[in-house]
Design a binder for this molecule. Structure first.
Ligand code: ZN
Length: 131
């Protein structure tokens, strides 16, 4: 009777066959074989030739300088970081421009700014907020 071979990853270390790693837990229900066959046949998007072999199709792509670019995810778009110092500076500049009449605004907008300033002052007085 022959002994069943021990499972695991085996390899030659210094000329001796040794067990390198314990067997991996099988995650699929049944073992399967990756085959070279393409069924149904795939058409080359470049020249229209049909292929029934993955290896021959990839070789065809390589010889024609083509590249497979499927399954790529676009990089997430990150909004640019706000420069709060610059924003504060701009707001102060514009408020000063309005205050000293340098901003091109209408009389109605000027009145609105004055009213908002008065209301802010009143709000601060009511709530004891020091400026
Ligand atoms: Zn082709």
């Amino acid at each position: 009777m022959s002994k069943e071979p021990e499972r695991g990853l085996w390899g030659y270390v210094n000329g001796n066959l040794e067990k390198i790693r314990e067997p991996k837990k099988i995650e699929v229900a049944a073992p399967f074989v990756h085959m070279d066959e393409l069924n149904p046949a795939l058409e080359c998007m470049h020249c229209g030739e049909f292929f029934t072999s993955k290896a021959r199709m990839l070789q065809h792509y390589r010889t024609n300088g083509l590249e497979i670019v499927a399954g790529e995810r676009p990089k997430p778009i990150r909004p640019p970081k706000a420069n709060f110092g610059k924003i504060r500076e701009t707001v102060e500049e514009q408020l000063n421009a309005i205050k000293y009449g340098d901003a091109p605004i209408t009389e109605m907008e000027k009145e609105q700014c004055l009213r908002e300033e008065r209301e802010l002052k009143a709000y601060k007085m009511r709530n004891w907020i020091r400026h």
